[in-house]
Write a protein that binds this ligand. Sequence first.
Ligand SMILES: Cc1cc2nc3c(=O)[nH]c(=O)nc-3n(C[C@H](O)[C@H](O)[C@H](O)COP(=O)(O)OP(=O)(O)OC[C@H]3O[C@@H](n4cnc5c(N)ncnc54)[C@H](O)[C@@H]3O)c2cc1C
Length: 292
Amino acid sequence: MPLPTHLQRFTDPIPVLSDGHVQLIDCMGDDLAVVDAARVSFFGKAEEHTDAANRHLIRYLLRHRHSTPFEMAEIKLRVRVPMDCWRQWIRHRTASVNESSTRYAPAIDSMDVTPPNEWRSQSSDNKQGSAGFVDPEVGKLLTARETYIQKELRDVYEERLEHGVAKEQARKDLPLSTYTEAYWKIDLHNLLHFLSLRLDPHAQLEIRLYAQAIAEIVKAWVPWTWEAFEDYRLGAMFFTRQEVTALEDLMDRLLANGYQADKLVTNAAAASGLKNGRELTELTAKLRRLFE
Ligand SMILES: Cc1cc2nc3c(=O)[nH]c(=O)nc-3n(C[C@H](O)[C@H](O)[C@H](O)COP(=O)(O)OP(=O)(O)OC[C@H]3O[C@@H](n4cnc5c(N)ncnc54)[C@H](O)[C@@H]3O)c2cc1C
């Protein structure tokens, strides 16, 4: 089946990093496949319901963490990623992967290059993170050293191949900046999980850039699901039991200062901008719980 017209532009690779990309190969299902699956008990076809009803059902399903309807839609991408970034990506076990083999074919002759002004400094308060940039003058030196070492390591690799060394052994000293390519197929439920982790500011910048490129495709592919994902995952916050206790304490203090619970709940619910009856009811119930 050819891709729907509005998705065909994504068959052109979306550039990421110095020589990477994300490219849409195929997809199965869309928002309507999700609502069709959810209505299986009623033999309801998505087309028999209004767009508004289908959109609300998707929002309900995502808000209440229903998973399997979102597994009915799938996407297949071709990605070109430096090995260090791929090493993080491949930890997501719920995708099907076929990666080009450097035992079988020569390693891709391309390595990720960092421009002088993009060397990030080690964060002082997050051992896994970065903060700000090193001086671009120092960056010039680091980039020059990178260019030198990458060429040297590629030359050593090719020299081994010329001497007849097997590809599986010749590759052992190639750097982690070497690009690899893979087909990556995943269902929508697990893709949203991947995106929630890898769009997060705690994820490393490089994989975040790939997640942002994939997000562009997902927005166009399943717009109602994307909208719900933004509302209930990306823009949401979860509270622990202790945090709820702290919020309850906050509410008690407001009441002790003469505020009225009913008025506070009504105003806060209005500020949310929610129009949907069920969602508004859920919010109001949560807010009231904090005053109990
Ligand atoms: C910011 C960040 C920092 C990280 N730092 C580190 C680190 O320092 N060291 C490190 O090793 N990893 C690190 N990781 C990787 C992380 O621990 C996970 O392995 C990775 O994000 C994949 O998540 P996942 O298992 O939820 O996803 P998937 O593998 O896609 O799985 C999706 C879900 O399926 C279920 N599932 C899949 N496989 C199984 C299984 N075998 N058994 C039970 N349930 C399963 C789980 O519910 C899981 O959440 C980091 C990840 C992030 C986002």
